[in-house]
Design a protein around this ligand. Structure first.
Ligand SMILES: Nc1ncnc2c1ncn2[C@@H]1O[C@H](COP(=O)(O)OP(=O)(O)OP(=O)(O)O)[C@@H](O)[C@H]1O
Ligand code: SF4
Ligand SMILES: [Mg+2]
Length: 354
């Protein structure tokens, strides 16, 4: 038992516990008082080395804020983040500078996230240079040797992401959207990070290019044993991309399960609605699911509805749903679900079969 626990600890790369982020907002007139927008509200998840966890949810559900808080690019109000068994939120500025090299982002818009004044090779090289300057005091290597090492790493990364050597000398505007995202991926890989956070990495791309980039991310993961936190508003994008899925709604995780189980047996009404919107090439799935429409928009995150936050839009809502907030609880099916009406065995209040 003890060795099993040790093994689990060894396998876990990222552990996020009770992470909470809130932003101060001011509303009203003369006597306005400070209010809080609860962007991320008490969420927990883990990612094993070499695996992918997808955070999925509509716009404004708190996916990016959660990722930024993990990387300490926004302050967490509460919670813990352990990366590589290191208490990430407790690092001082000096330690954080070095530790950040172990965590890289791939962003949605590969154009605005790449410096337009730098050539592609300099963009990919930049994280290596930053890491070098943080490590300079400890390093015995001469700058000439380091520079040659960086040249070699940049060449290797260009090849790994499917860019040609002569493209190193081009500027971002001389690339297509898909090629720009390849530069962003090469840059993210440069420091051999333990964790890569992909924030909607294909949302800005054409469907055909999306598939190429997703295939590339999968291949790189296999070749280099990469670990991804993969953010998307679209369950369709993550269906071939992740091991585990956490569905978020208004800052909360409402369902957490392994990918196959979640796709075959979604239990939270919100997950079911998201899944019903995924176009499928699988005829069996198409006949099994019908589209579940979610009326209206997500409510105001400053004054969330009482009880279940999804109650104002949920097709299965009962009056009791507004009385108390459902806890995320383990069902016999292995899912964690936050819904008063999902049974202990994991039976959903939404019926999928036509
Ligand atoms: N710096 C900030 N100040 C105030 N509110 C913020 C800030 N950043 C995000 N928010 C709010 O926090 C909530 C979560 O936003 P977030 O960007 O994390 O959502 P998201 O799930 O990534 O959405 P999208 O799919 O649009 O990227 C939203 O209500 C947003 O308006
Ligand atoms: S608790 Fe009620 S309102 Fe909330 S998701 Fe479940 S059925 Fe819908
Ligand atoms: Mg976002």
């Amino acid at each position: 038992m003890e060795s099993r626990q040790t093994q689990d600890e060894h396998d876990t790369l990222l552990e996020v516990e009770n992470l909470t982020v809130r932003f101060p907002v001011k509303r009203g007139g003369l006597f306005r008082k400070k209010q809080w927008l609860h962007a991320v509200d008490d969420i927990s998840f883990t990612i094993k080395r070499g695996e992918t966890l997808a955070l999925v949810g509509e716009s404004g559900s708190g996916k990016t804020t959660a990722a930024l808080a993990v990387a300490r690019l926004v302050n967490a109000h509460a919670g813990h983040v352990h990366l590589n068994n290191q208490d990430f939120l407790a690092l001082d500025d000096e330690q954080l500078r070095t530790a950040r090299a172990g965590l890289q982002f791939i962003f949605q818009d590969p154009y605005s996230s790449l410096n337009p004044r730098l050539k592609a090779e300099a963009i990919v090289r930049e994280p290596l240079e930053s890491l070098k300057s943080s490590n300079r005091q400890n390093s015995g290597a001469s700058d000439a040797n380091t520079s040659q090492d960086h040249d070699r790493i940049v060449d290797e990364l260009f090849e790994a992401v499917g860019l040609r050597p002569e493209q190193k000398k081009l500027f971002p505007h001389q690339f297509s959207g898909g090629q720009r995202q390849r530069i962003g991926i090469a840059r993210a890989l440069a420091t051999e990070p333990a964790l890569i956070i992909c924030d909607e990495p294909v949302s800005a791309l054409d469907v055909a290019v999306q598939a190429q980039i997703l295939n590339l991310l999968r291949k790189l993961q296999t070749d280099r044993n990469l670990t991804y936190l993969f953010i998307s508003h679209d369950l369709g994008v993550v269906q071939h991309m992740c091991d585990t899925i956490a569905v978020m709604y208004m800052g909360k995780i409402v369902e957490y399960a392994d990918r196959l189980s979640l796709f075959n047996n979604p239990q939270h009404p919100y997950t079911a609605a998201l899944l019903s919107a995924v176009p499928s090439v699988d005829r069996n799935r198409r006949s099994k699911f019908k589209r579940i429409l979610i009326p209206g928009d997500m409510p105001d995150a400053i004054n969330p509805p009482p009880g279940c936050r999804f109650s104002s839009r949920c097709p299965a809502a009962q009056p009791a749903c507004e009385e108390s907030q459902p806890e995320l609880t383990a069902k016999k099916s292995g899912h964690l679900v936050a819904c008063h009406l999902v049974s202990e065995t994991g039976e959903s209040p939404i019926h999928f079969k036509r």
